[in-house]
Design a protein. Structure first.
Length: 306
């Protein structure tokens, strides 16, 4: 990491560490200003008087720099919204995190599909998740999920078993293992795929972190497949967020027992499938519409099919 980038990263971390900092506001301010150091200086010296500590900014920068160096030495990569390494697809969403932390290999990942569902699936749900994840992996499509028990775990494991790439977007820091039963799976994903979090590396799970995780997962993926999900589930929330983000959604028809799924099924960009073949066909179509990463000017045609 260059000294200039380190200084900017430290300034962003210092901004986010300030008491009461609103991360969305910080992201907006940095994007508008163009430099995190400038935003931090303005925040530190707002209403300053002759008696204020003029070294306060230096102290904040030094503390944040030490923190960033510690993460890097621990093998954690830090990607700020002004970095070229920051996932480009996250710049499109309202909930864009100011920075993300990763373990593993970054990739362009424009051909990525999220496979999500309940933590307490049926055998049919597990089979469906494994089938679609393996098929995606065999088609060189990145499988994205949230490392939760149930459908998420099945999707990650099937992708790895098929020799594909999988990305786990988690609701804790990258130094945490949640659920504990998935520790070995998380370590393998960090080694053979990518582990990504918008939370401080040592952050523990909390009620609010998982909806935030779902928003980032929806933004990272070009489409979301929902296998099984009740009304209160994170998977249902992710389907809603995906539609807000302009990403297509695929619903397995067994979900239509739920009012939310029947309502979503009427919306443009939603595909309802009744078999593994239909599901794979819908995903195949969606992925075929994703522009080639080698042509950054090529646009994604609108999807209005069901």
């Amino acid at each position: 990491m260059s000294e200039d980038r380190l200084a900017e990263t430290a300034a962003l971390v210092a901004l986010l560490r300030r008491p009461g900092a609103r991360w969305a506001d910080v992201a907006t301010d940095v994007l508008v200003e163009g430099r995190a150091v400038t935003v931090l200086r303005r925040a530190m010296y707002a209403g300053a008087t002759l008696f204020d500590d003029e070294d306060a900014m230096d102290v904040a920068i030094k503390a944040a720099t030490a923190e960033v160096r510690g993460w890097l030495s621990d093998g954690i990569a830090v990607h700020c919204l002004f970095d070229a390494s920051y996932p480009a697809q996250l710049r499109d969403i309202h909930q864009m995190p100011p920075l993300v932390f990763t373990r593993g290999a970054l990739a362009e990942d424009s051909r990525a599909v999220a496979v999500v569902g309940t933590r307490k699936p049926t055998e049919r749900g597990l089979t469906t998740a494994r089938t679609i994840a393996a098929a995606l992996a065999e088609s060189r499509v990145t499988v994205v999920s949230g490392l939760a028990e149930g459908i998420d775990t099945a999707a990650h494991e099937a992708s790895l078993q098929a020799g594909g790439r999988t990305v786990a977007i988690i609701g804790t820091g990258v130094n945490r293992f949640y659920p504990a039963a998935n520790r070995l799976l998380q370590e393998r994903i960090a080694r053979d795929g990518l582990l990504l979090s918008q939370f401080w590396p040592d952050a523990t799970p909390a009620k609010h972190t998982f909806p935030m995780r779902n928003a980032v997962m929806s933004g990272y993926a070009a489409a979301t497949v929902v296998v099984e999900a009740a009304y209160q589930s994170g998977a249902r929330m992710q389907a809603r967020l995906a539609l807000q983000h302009g990403r297509p959604v695929v619903l397995v028809d067994s979900l239509l027992v739920h009012d939310w799924a029947r309502e979503y099924a009427t919306r443009p960009g939603v595909f309802v499938v009744s078999s593994a073949e239909e599901l794979l066909g819908a995903v195949d179509y969606i992925v075929s519409q994703i522009p080639d990463a080698s042509d950054p000017l090529e646009g994604l045609p609108p999807l209005v099919h069901r």
